[in-house]
Design a protein around this ligand. Structure first.
Ligand code: FAD
Length: 548
């Protein structure tokens, strides 16, 4: 890694020992050897991911991303004559990022145009999500929901054939028009209501039959990407909680879907999230009446993959920035990266990111394994990855931020944006407790998932006695499923074992050794960098843009 010479001086002093900002075109593919390994292991579309990695990391893309956040979305409820329009205005940078994501296949690459998934399509998609999350996580939200809406629509072949071509298009078409008139379309979801988000059975929005369609009346408390072309929505029909497709625009004009206000969010600022009201809103049923959860779970299952891989992307962005900084900044006569204690911190940060990426890409490969065992395993693997990766991301990103000293707190670096973004993927699509309870349910009800998980954990037995001991201790402590109150502890333990199993099988020995020693064998304090005896050089080499 080379740091250019200072470019200007001031009248009173020379500016020195301040690493210049990382500008220029930074390929997110070339700079990341661990990503390249995972892509090769999965048989994903390396050529497409490489092209996307070059584009997402370009100077131009980072400029658009910054603009999209600097000028956040604004709600325009009425036109100048006082007619309701309920439109959200986005900065041109937002549209450029949507265009970039869609044109490189973020929403489409997993799916075959005529139905079903492409070989290794989910791994390709996961790699794209991982890379775009590093640059502009807000725009990932509508792109993720579009990717995930496709399999849920398969519940109704008629609706699917009407929408699928537009959802799989590589075009970003923000026009406000019925789907038949658009080059491309995006899809959102509206489940959460004021009185209950995790507990969607508490939904009170009502659905009444109206010819071959339905009319919805009620409200939704969180609905992201309100300019989506349609929303998968839950509402109570006569037969119980049911899934519906609600287009924003009908052939005859605007659907009766009102945006009440935009949420003022901690992060994810380029993306709009809003409260909406349905007032006799036209909707089409997706799946049977009463089967709402079963239908929308197809979408939730796929959005969960992105909520598992995105934190690995956020960690990668934070790690790259910290690595750049500590290799260009000196304190006490030595570059920071040459200070023994900073090497320990950077190595521990690297283990966090490396294990998060291994867990999430392992889950993505399970999504691509379209047999009964693969499908069962994907459900448990993605939940474990979503839980652990999102619990670790805020802590990891904070420590990476601190490696920049005071500069890490300054908005001109990407660190504040990454820090604000870090909690979000842990909340939506199942907050921490809900995911842990879901894991218990899956293991209780799906023997195939239990079998596949145990097989993955057993596959690396007899390589590291500390791993074997930790695995034995887990099953000794929980020979059966734990009580609900221990679900976090159980999940935490299982997710770390799963991450270790991937690293033992896939990563260099020093990385697996470092993870097992510090996460499973207790050779670590409570904070990042409280480690010793690891092969720091070998672990730091994983970053790719490694300090010299
Ligand atoms: C930026 C953002 C965008 C969003 N976008 C969308 C969107 O597009 N569409 C949409 O439908 N929703 C969206 N959401 C909403 C999100 O999915 C919900 O906030 C989430 O599901 C939690 O629901 P809740 O807020 O009602 O919290 P609650 O369900 O009230 O949960 C509160 C806490 O209780 C815990 N908890 C719940 N049940 C149990 C239990 N049985 N045992 C122990 N603990 C429990 C949860 O883990 C959580 O920590 C968005 C949220 C955010 C922050």
């Amino acid at each position: 890694m080379t740091h250019p010479a200072p470019i200007s001086n001031l009248a009173t002093h020379e500016v020195e020992n301040q690493p210049v900002p990382r500008t220029g075109n930074l390929s997110l593919w070339h700079s990341d050897p661990v990503l390249r390994d995972h892509v090769a292991r999965a048989g994903a579309d390396a050529a497409a991911i490489k092209v996307a990695g070059d584009a997402f990391g370009s100077d131009e893309a980072r400029h658009h991303a910054a603009e999209a956040r600097r000028d956040p979305p604004r709600l325009l409820t009425h036109d100048r004559a006082g007619r309701r329009i309920d439109e959200v205005h986005f900065n041109a940078g937002y549209h450029a990022m949507m265009d970039l994501g869609l044109s490189h296949g973020y929403a489409a690459s997993a799916w075959h145009p005529t139905g079903g998934a492409r070989p290794a399509g989910h791994a390709t998609h996961a790699a794209l999500c991982y890379m775009l999350s590093q640059v502009e996580p807000g725009t990932c939200c509508p792109l993720t929901m579009t990717y995930a809406g496709v399999p849920a629509l398969a519940a109704d072949p008629g609706l699917s054939s009407q929408w699928r071509p537009a959802l799989l298009s590589h075009d970003h078409d923000p026009a406000i028009a019925p789907v038949a008139q658009k080059r491309g379309a995006t899809i959102g979801m509206a489940m959460t209501e004021k009185q209950g988000g995790s507990d969607v059975r508490a939904n009170s929005t009502r659905a009444v039959r109206d010819g071959d369609a339905y009319r919805l009346t009620g409200h939704k408390w969180f609905c992201s990407a309100p300019m989506s072309d349609a929303f998968l929505t839950l509402a109570q029909a006569d037969g119980g909680l049911t899934c519906f497709l609600v287009p924003r625009w009908l052939e005859e004009g605007r659907n009766r879907l009102y945006v009440q206000r935009l949420k003022d969010k901690l992060g994810n600022r380029a993306n709009a999230s809003c409260e909406i009201e349905y007032d006799n809103t036209r909707a089409w049923r997706l799946g049977e009446e009463g089967a709402g959860v079963k239908t929308i779970i197809e979408m939730v299952h796929h959005t969960r993959l992105d909520t598992a891989i995105a934190p690995a992307g956020l960690m990668r962005a934070a790690l790259s920035e910290a690595s750049w900084w500590v290799s260009g900044r000196s304190a006490f006569q030595r570059r920071l990266i040459d200070q023994p204690l900073m090497r320990a911190v950077m190595a521990d940060l690297t283990l966090e990111w490396d294990s998060a990426l291994a867990l999430a890409m392992g889950a993505a490969r399970a999504f691509d394994d379209d047999c009964a065992v693969g499908r069962a395993y994907s459900r448990i693997a993605v939940a474990l990855a979503k839980y652990l990766n999102n619990k670790r991301a805020p802590v990891m990103i904070y420590e990476a931020l601190e490696a920049l000293g005071g500069m890490g707190y300054i908005e001109e670096t990407p660190m504040p944006m990454l820090y604000r973004e870090a909690p979000l993927n842990g909340i939506w699509e199942g907050s921490g407790n809900v995911i842990c309870l879901d894991i218990l349910r899956t293991l209780a009800k799906a023997p195939l998932a239990t079998h596949a998980l145990r097989a993955q954990l057993a596959s690396v037995r007899d390589t590291d006695p500390r791993y074997d001991a930790a695995l034995d201790a887990h099953f000794k402590r929980w020979p059966a499923l734990p009580p609900e109150s221990e679900a976090r502890w159980f999940t935490d333990s299982l997710a770390q074992l799963l991450a270790a199993s991937h690293l033992i099988a896939e990563a260099p020995g020093a990385v697996a050794d470092g993870y097992v020693a510090t996460r499973l064998a207790g050779q670590r304090g409570a904070t990042i960098g409280a480690v010793s005896g690891l092969d720091f050089d070998a672990i730091l080499a994983r970053i790719g843009t490694a300090p010299e």
